[in-house]
Design a protein around this ligand. Structure first.
Ligand code: CTP
Length: 256
């Protein structure tokens, strides 16, 4: 079932009752038929934030909506790939034709990614929490007379760096995102070197990117840096899927 969409209706009312746009219906059919340039290829996409418990009612997280990651998973499925989307908590529906695995913490996200291997491509779009509370409390932490206590943190595993490690299970193409607020290209190049991935999609998150519907990205690969204008997150996803199809059909793409 595709739709209905929300909006103005012929009867003059507003609400969920509009026919889905023809492109959306086409995309849904394409994702289910799995026939395109990525037919026979497998991919993992991570998306959304991770949630790290402080106690049973409180957590550390971030503002990621998951929209860019879900759009990428959907575009890869429309291009014919068999896609596992490993997602932190979001308000988004599962894209059609994609296997959705919902997780909460960074450690669960890593385990779900490893369980989905081997794949041809891994696209790490999630905004993984860099740290988690070192000792989450089993019961709700109560206000004490001494005031708030310091929250000790420990570092989470780096999923992108882990999947990029050389070895038999390394995906041929490992792609990371770089959320930056300054020195975009410099920081993104440093991330490729540090994490060992093949491409980095750098985006400036100082504006309305997180939670918004648009993104302006800089793709850094072995071919150099390719800057795109501000585009819808769906269009960014489709361009990236096409580029992956090209790279995976070329012999010896990636370091894996
Ligand atoms: N990433 C990951 N696991 C982590 C942290 C990040 O897989 N524990 C991935 C993200 O999904 C993204 C890339 O690494 O593809 C870069 O994320 P970003 O937040 O920009 O970088 P960090 O590694 O967190 O570095 P910093 O916060 O210092 O910029």
């Amino acid at each position: 079932v595709v739709g209905p969409n929300e909006g103005d209706m012929a009867c003059g009312e507003y609400g969920p009752g509009r026919m889905s746009e023809p492109q959306e219906i086409f995309a849904a059919i394409a994702a289910l038929l799995k026939d395109g340039p990525l037919k026979g290829k497998r991919a993992i996409v991570t998306a959304g934030p991770t949630v790290e418990s402080i106690d049973p009612v409180r957590f550390l997280s971030n503002r990621s909506s998951g929209k860019q990651g879900y759009a990428i998973a959907s575009a890869l499925a429309q291009a014919g790939a068999d896609v596992t989307l490993v997602s932190g908590p979001t308000a988004l529906a599962a894209p059609l034709g994609v296997t959705l695995v919902r997780v909460e913490s960074a450690r669960q996200m890593l385990a779900a990614c490893q369980a989905a291997l081997p794949v041809d491509a891994a696209v790490m779009v999630a905004a993984v929490a860099d740290w988690r509370p070192a000792a989450p409390a089993g019961e709700k932490i109560k206000k004490g007379a001494a005031g708030p206590s310091a929250l000790a943190l420990e570092e989470n595993p780096d999923i992108l760096a882990t999947l990029s490690k050389p070895g038999k299970k390394r995906p041929r193409l490992v792609i990371g995102f770089a959320a930056e607020t300054e020195k975009l290209e410099e920081h993104a190049r440093a991330k490729i070197a540090k994490k060992g991935c093949d491409w980095i999609i750098a985006n400036d998150v100082s504006g309305a990117v997180m939670g918004g519907d648009h993104n302006q990205v800089l793709l850094i690969s072995e071919d150099g840096a390719e800057s795109s204008p501000l585009m819808g997150k769906d269009e960014v996803a489709q361009k990236l899927a096409a580029k992956q199809a090209q790279a995976l059909s070329a012999k010896g793409a990636g370091r894996g």
